[in-house]
Design a protein around this ligand. Structure first.
Ligand code: C2E
Ligand code: CA
Ligand code: CA
Length: 386
């Protein structure tokens, strides 16, 4: 550590005064500091010793010093550049930043320094507060059954029949209308709320499969059983009880677990050891595992090598560009051949035209999903087409 970053003060010297601009914070390396509300004749607020942080408040909220600091003994201070703290803060969870801002403002008010409206970081408060509010709304929506599933059929490319569905969640907001999972799933993942939410999604999807299967049985006896694909994210895999709970749900509805496919996104599997045991236990129970968004991450092939997936789901980007970019076609052929040789079932998603559907069928892709066949639909509309 360069000495240039260590500043020394002699006993009795002032380090900063109320109203000074706050361009850095310090860690006390040795000695003792006293914080006063103004001069040494003012109120003593705190004394700080080795290892403690000094002057962080102004750095965090971009305001002037709200107290005065004096050396009680000879002291050495390690200078912490403000960027070191503000950059971390900018990259941190907006909710944590929001809470921190509120706390700082409250402390400043307690110190009698109420004018914190000009903080250059005030934007952070608004963003953080917005997120806290949205999260709270999401919790309430969950309790009010506003988080629902829609189902997108997957079609057997061989005969054009509906073979199964993917459960996709939606937030049916009373004022904003349907909110996309892109807007709330990641928020639910951050707070681990995805665990109870995911269980409810799983429960509805299983319940729905039973009904769809009953309709199918009436209409078309003898066709293979329908399957339901359900998205599961990393935070859910990590939750201790998640697998036990989903097993219970499948048992409750007397569903053959082999008709449930758990979709895991390629990019989310990072720690093989922990995921491996999860996947093994899942397969032992009979659930099928599907590797979602294949081709988008950088470790898809490694996943195939290390983990046992039943199904590979080719990402939409390849399918969308197959008519315009010949290289996409080559990649698709390669992925399909590989999956076939590994005896895996193949789904192509994002199919939007007949031409692509036909090409994928020729290649040997088993199932197709996309707007060309069906958009995600609610139960009511699906009952009609089944
Ligand atoms: P995903 O699993 O890759 O789901 C496929 C997305 O592509 C869906 O978007 C679907 O509506 C859309 N899609 C399907 N066919 C087409 C097509 O032909 N063209 C186009 N342009 N899009 C198509 P959606 O429903 O907005 O879901 C977005 C993502 O949110 C999902 O991507 C999934 O990662 C996540 N998600 C959705 N529901 C859940 C859930 O219940 N749990 C978890 N953990 N994640 C979910
Ligand atoms: Ca999916
Ligand atoms: Ca996908």
């Amino acid at each position: 550590m360069s000495d240039a970053h260590v500043i020394k003060y002699l006993k009795g010297e002032q380090i900063f005064h109320v109203g000074d601009s706050a361009n850095c914070a310090y860690i006390v390396e040795s000695g003792e500091i006293a914080l006063f509300s103004d001069t040494k004749e003012g109120d003593l607020i705190a004394t700080l010793e080795k290892g403690e942080l000094l002057g962080e408040m102004g750095v965090i909220n971009g305001l002037d010093r709200s107290v005065s600091a004096f050396a009680n003994t000879d002291v050495e201070l390690l200078v912490i550049d403000s960027e070191q703290i503000t950059m971390r803060l900018q990259n941190s969870d907006p909710i944590i930043r929001g809470v921190m801002e509120v706390l700082l403002r409250r402390i400043r008010n307690m110190l009698g320094d109420g004018d914190s409206t000009n903080s250059k970081n005030n934007i952070v408060v608004t963003e953080g507060m917005h997120k806290i509010r949205f999260e709270k709304e999401m919790f309430l929506a969950f309790d009010n059954d506003e988080i629902i599933n829609v189902y997108q059929p997957m079609v057997s490319l061989e005969d054009g029949e509906i073979a199964g569905f993917e459960a996709l969640s939606r937030w049916r907001h009373p004022e904003k209308g349907m909110i996309s999972p892109f807007e709330f799933i990641s928020l639910a993942e951050e707070s681990d709320f995805i665990v109870p939410m995911g269980l409810k999604i799983f429960d509805s999807a299983c319940k729905q499969l039973v009904e769809f299967q009953a309709i199918r049985d009436q209409a078309n006896v003898g066709s293979p059983p329908l399957f339901m694909s359900i998205n599961v994210s990393a935070a859910q895999l990590a939750a201790a009880n998640f697998l036990n709970e989903v097993k219970k749900i499948a048992t409750k509805y007397a569903i053959n677990p082999s008709n449930i496919k758990i979709e895991i996104t390629e990019s989310m599997v990072v720690d093989y050891k922990s995921v491996q045991s999860w996947i093994d236990e899942c397969s032992e129970f009979g659930f099928k595992l599907s590797l979602d968004d294949f081709g988008t991450g950088h470790s898809g092939f490694e996943h195939l090598l290390e983990l046992d997936f039943h199904t590979i789901k080719i990402d939409q980007t390849f399918v969308k560009s197959m008519t315009s970019n010949p290289k996409s076609l080559i990649l698709l052929e390669m992925i399909t051949t590989m999956a076939q040789r590994m005896k895996m079932s193949i789904v192509a998603e994002g199919i939007e035209d007949l031409n692509s559907a036909n090409k994928l069928k020729e290649m040997g892709v088993n199932y197709g999903q996309g707007y060309y066949f069906f958009k995600p639909m609610n139960r009511h509309d699906l009952l009609k087409i089944l």
